[in-house]
Design a protein around this ligand. Structure first.
Ligand SMILES: Nc1ncnc2c1ncn2[C@@H]1O[C@H](COP(=O)(O)OP(=O)(O)OP(=O)(O)O)[C@@H](O)[C@H]1O
Ligand SMILES: [Mg+2]
Length: 302
């Protein structure tokens, strides 16, 4: 078992209550906490420079002048509602898309100057719907990039064992199954194992825990939290979920209609005066704690 279930859910409950307190207290206009957790001189691993992305000449751009750095070793969370442009940002990083103007740089070099195979093999990409090859077994899906990289058989098989254990899928049970013999959450975990398998320095994660039940999700979030602290990878992590963003993000950026607000440190995000950030916090608070109502309602008469 990759995680102690009782402990995991206890930590999850504690964390959820801490986050709720934080969200509520900042929503009640507590003084803005100071201090960004990211050192100013941190090295940049990925950088968007005035990126505009248009799908076609008709209609508006999907991304509108987006500029931000991702520092080496940090986890940057892209938070935002459906259709706001989060997945588009990830696709631009691994050159599934190219900017219409501006540049996306990885290790200081625009993506269109990279050898695209090298660029992609240096990144693990857990895509939104897992994106497994249906005609490959779980084992073969997970081993995909190590095989392409020419690892020897023993190293591949040791690594597959390791990442399968990490994501909580016992090899004996799952290795030989095909994707259509798995639940949605299990497929997502195979996608995560595949993204981790070749030990890439950069991880792009598109709602990787979206299909998991709350208990498994809490467990795997905790496990992932330890992993990211230990391995020092650069991670761009997409989610709708504020609690997940606050747990896993060193910094958080809000996407809205192709624009980016932030990135902020966690504290600065919660204390932000930006109207769209406040709207997101308010909507999240209401949807996750409807019985309490909004803080404006509760504090309005105070
Ligand atoms: N191939 C495409 N052609 C035209 N429009 C597209 C295409 N792909 C995405 N879009 C549009 O671009 C916008 C941003 O899409 P994107 O997938 O980046 O959103 P998202 O923030 O990841 O949303 P979600 O949370 O639902 O996954 C959406 O309005 C979407 O409809
Ligand atoms: Mg998306």
């Amino acid at each position: 078992m990759f995680f102690e279930r009782g402990l995991g859910s206890a930590i999850g409950r504690w964390l959820a209550s801490e986050i709720l307190i934080l969200v509520h207290s900042t929503a009640m206009h507590a003084p803005a906490p100071s201090g960004d957790l990211i050192p100013i001189a941190a090295e940049v691993a990925i950088e968007f420079r005035n990126v505009v992305y248009r799908f076609s000449s008709v209609g508006g751009p999907l991304l509108k002048d987006v500029t931000f750095p991702v520092h080496r070793g940090e986890t940057l969370v892209l938070l935002g509602r459906s259709g706001s442009g989060k997945t588009t940002c990830l696709k631009l990083i691994n050159r599934l898309l190219s900017p219409s103007s501006g540049a996306v740089c990885v290790e200081g070099k625009p993506t269109d100057q990279w050898d695209v195979i090298r660029l992609r093999r240096g990144m693990g990409y857990a895509i939104q719907d897992a994106g497994l090859f249906p005609h490959y077994t779980v084992g073969r899906n997970v081993a995909l990039v190590p095989r392409l990289e020419g690892w020897d058989q023993q190293r591949i098989s040791d690594r597959v064992t390791e990442v399968m254990r990490l994501v909580g899928l016992p090899e004996a049970e799952f290795l030989k199954r095909y994707p259509d013999q798995l639940s949605g959450g299990q497929r997502q975990r195979v996608g995560l194992a595949r993204a981790l398998a070749a030990e890439p320095q950069i991880l792009l994660m598109d709602e990787p825990f979206g299909a998991l039940d709350p208990i498994t999700r809490t467990e795997i979030q905790q496990e992932f939290q330890k992993l990211r602290q230990n391995l020092g990878k650069t991670i761009v992590f997409v989610t709708h979920d504020l609690a997940e963003a606050l747990l896993l993000g060193d910094r958080i950026a809000l996407m809205e209609d192709g624009r980016m607000i932030g990135p902020f440190s966690r504290r600065d995000f919660l204390a932000s005066d930006a109207e769209l950030v406040r709207d997101y916090l308010r909507a999240y608070r209401t949807s996750h704690n409807p019985l309490l109502g909004s803080s404006e309602t509760r504090t309005g008469n105070a």
